[in-house]
Write a protein that binds this ligand. Structure first.
Ligand code: ADP
Length: 659
């Protein structure tokens, strides 16, 4: 076995490989960029070497720096993980030339599968069904338009060097072909330095079903069954499961055999994935699946296969790399239950999945499913790398059980400090069509509006957020932020502050009622109580119900985890309140306790946005309260000379519809 392995990667996959190393007694060497000096994967390894600045092109993609790190640490082998240099045949060769073991397929196999057009031609020759289309070298737009006519619409233009869905265009109408071709080619040139494309028939009711294959150096090749990765967003995988719903034994045998043929046709060794697209318009049928491409590395979604086959594929990779035979024969492999994986990303589903960054002020990942994480609480998600936080993998005896466990695990996932797709994922795995196993690659797109809409916090959530923001959930400890909010003493009868949420913004007024707080919130009234222990866990009472909750404050953000939902509030700086009030605000309140120096408007007055309404003196300074929007003054609730509480109503504007 290998004594010391260098892991040429970062994040969750580097951590995951290190875990297997530890179990097998292999010393693991991490490499890291400056941005990752304190990263989880560095801590997970026995030693670490800095390889350059944050940008991947200057660190994780630098073959020379990685080989130098291997030499300096005496590593005998290099595992590339996925992404970065994992499918770079020249790097694989350089590793071998340096006298190191490459934990991956032979460079020639990587090259054979590197370009989609050449790979398809090779597969066709090997008797593997391929998607009908054109994958020749002629790239003249008129010729390609003619080929498209023959193939028929709808079709897909794909960059032959493509990956990650880049350089891919679906075309439904011949009139759009020319423009789509130009777009795909220029995107491909920009991303891969190669503008050549192939054209494929767009398979109807497409399902992405891929087969895990494994080959050793002794001519053995097996498949470890299939994974269904049909739940995709813009051709990117979101949820992966094994086995594939609706798979029949006949089709599984056909696909497995085709995948093994594909691997053998290119002299494959190690772990690989043969990706097929299946036409599910008439159910899964052995004559309706087609080769798309082969990924010559470990896949992100390999854990679902590990769960249902009871294997450690990284261990298999390491064994095969040193010349051991495959640990199991085809006949010894069987499927056990169902597994499903969700990719937890720092991204904002409600805003077209824009990637998010930030320091993870709080990170609680469920303990009763498999979690492959790349970050810990306190780590930052930076703009330099893939914004994946973790993969959650649930395994159960049935599909229903696995999905239920994953849904529950997503509900318990708590991330504060940056937006994540956890809510989106939880809604997706509970989607009735998904639950029925009726998946296809268009499902997410068809129901995006419902899947992406974040839940709106109700009055109780607003009330709890306000109680936490003011530190009222920590009796005996007014809270570290209390001073900033003008909170003075535990036991006072009223308190209030302004909170902003994506959906609404406004004042929350709290009034003590026995051992609870009655709250007037932008979503109505609620009566709540909350007690937070030293571990930050909150026991919240809402009506007759007691629930576990958590509120995490970081910067001006307050993240409330309640009932499996994440609500992100912002606590605007009280001193800047007048200026920051959003549209739709009807109440202009005192930003802090103080003396009303002047009220400058009367009921009925028409005011412009930003107009001075009143002046409050506090902390020896005068603060103007300004109109948050243009409107009509409905009421004036204070007069010059009044001493007012923090949050007291000073001027109310008439609701917009009436103004
Ligand atoms: P990339 O390498 O850029 O990821 P792939 O060829 O693997 O591109 O395709 C990505 C996804 O695009 C597939 O998982 C599938 O959802 C969709 N797709 C690819 N080819 C077809 C096709 N011929 N018909 C329908 N959908 C397809």
């Amino acid at each position: 076995m290998i004594g010391k392995l260098l892991i040429a990667n970062r994040g969750e996959i580097a951590v995951r490989i290190a875990r297997t190393c530890r179990r097998l007694g292999i010393a693991a060497v991490a490499v890291h960029s400056d941005a990752d000096a304190g990263a989880m994967h560095v801590a997970a390894c026995d030693e670490a070497v800095r390889i350059g600045p944050a940008p991947a092109t200057e660190s994780y993609l630098r073959a020379d720096a990685i080989l130098e790190a291997a030499r300096a640490t005496g590593a005998e082998a290099v595992h590339p993980g996925y992404g970065f240099l994992s499918e770079n045949a020249a790097f694989a060769e350089a590793v071998g030339a340096a006298g190191l073991i490459w934990v991956g397929p032979p460079p020639a196999a990587i090259r054979a599968m590197g370009l989609k057009d050449a790979a398809k031609a090779r597969m066709q020759a090997a008797g593997v069904p391929v998607v009908p289309g054109y994958h020749g070298s002629e790239q003249d737009p008129r010729f390609l338009a003619g080929a498209a006519e023959e193939i028929g619409y709808p079709l897909l233009i794909k960059a032959r060097a493509g990956g990650g869905g880049k350089g891919m265009r679906r075309v439904d109408d011949p009139a759009d072909f020319e423009e789509a071709l130009a777009g795909a080619a220029s995107e491909a040139r920009a991303s891969f330095g190669d503008g050549a494309v192939l054209i494929e028939k767009y398979v109807s009711a497409p399902r992405h079903i891929e087969v895990q294959v494994f080959a050793d150096m002794h001519g053995n090749c097996v498949h470890l069954f299939e994974r269904d990765c049909s739940l995709q967003r813009r051709h990117q995988k979101v949820i992966e499961e094994a086995p594939a719903p609706g798979m029949t034994p006949e089709m599984r045998a056909e696909m497995g055999a085709a995948a093994v043929r594909a691997a053998q046709a290119v002299g494959y060794v190690g772990a690989g994935t043969v990706e097929f697209i299946a036409d599910s318009s008439r159910g899964l049928r052995p004559d309706a699946f087609f080769f798309m491409e082969m990924n010559t590395r470990l896949q992100v979604e390999h854990p679902v296969t590990e769960c249902v086959t009871g294997t450690d594929l990284v261990e298999w990779q390491l064994r095969v790399a040193v010349g051991e035979p495959l640990p199991k024969t085809q006949g010894a492999l069987s499927l056990n239950g169902w597994a499903v994986e969700a990719r937890l990303y720092a991204e904002d589903a409600a805003h077209d999945f824009r990637p998010a960054t930030g320091r993870l002020a709080h990170l609680a990942l469920p303990g009763d499913v498999r979690v492959d994480a790349g970050v810990r609480a306190g780590d930052a998600v930076t703009p330099f790398y893939d914004p994946m936080i973790a993969k959650l993998i649930a395994h159960g005896p049935t599909r229903e059980a696995a999905f239920a466990r994953l849904a529950a695990a997503l509900d318990r996932t708590e991330v504060a400090g940056c937006v994540t797709n956890a809510g989106f994922l939880a809604r997706l795995v509970r989607h009735p069509t998904v639950a029925a196993g009726d998946v296809d690659t268009g499902l997410i797109g068809r129901d995006a509006a419902r899947l992406c809409a974040d839940p709106v916090p109700d009055a109780a959530a607003w009330a709890l957020a306000a109680v936490a923001a003011l530190g009222l959930d920590r009796p005996g400890d007014a809270g570290p932020f209390a001073a900033r909010d003008g909170w003075r003493a535990w036991g006072a009868a009223t308190a209030g502050l302004r909170l902003d949420h994506e959906a609404h913004a406004g004042e929350v007024r709290l009034t003590r009622e026995g051992d609870r707080w009655r709250a007037e919130t932008p979503m109505g009234a609620a009566t709540v109580a909350a007690e937070t222990g030293p571990d930050g866990a909150t026991r919240a009472r809402i009506g007759a119900r007691t629930v576990a909750a958590r509120a995490v404050r970081a910067g001006d953000g307050l993240t409330l985890f309640l009932d499996g939902r994440t609500h992100r509030f912002r606590i605007p700086d009280p001193l800047a309140r007048g200026a920051e009030a959003g549209p739709g605000d009807d109440r202009v309140c005192a930003p802090m306790p103080g003396l009303v120096k002047a009220v400058l408007v009367e009921a009925g007055a028409t005011v412009e946005a930003g107009a001075r309404l009143a002046v409050i003196e506090a902390m020896k300074m005068e603060h103007a309260l300004r109109a948050p929007r243009a409107g009509v003054v409905a009421a004036v609730a204070a007069a010059a000379g009044d001493q007012v509480e923090d949050g007291a109503l000073i001027v109310a504007l008439a609701p917009e519809a009436e103004a």
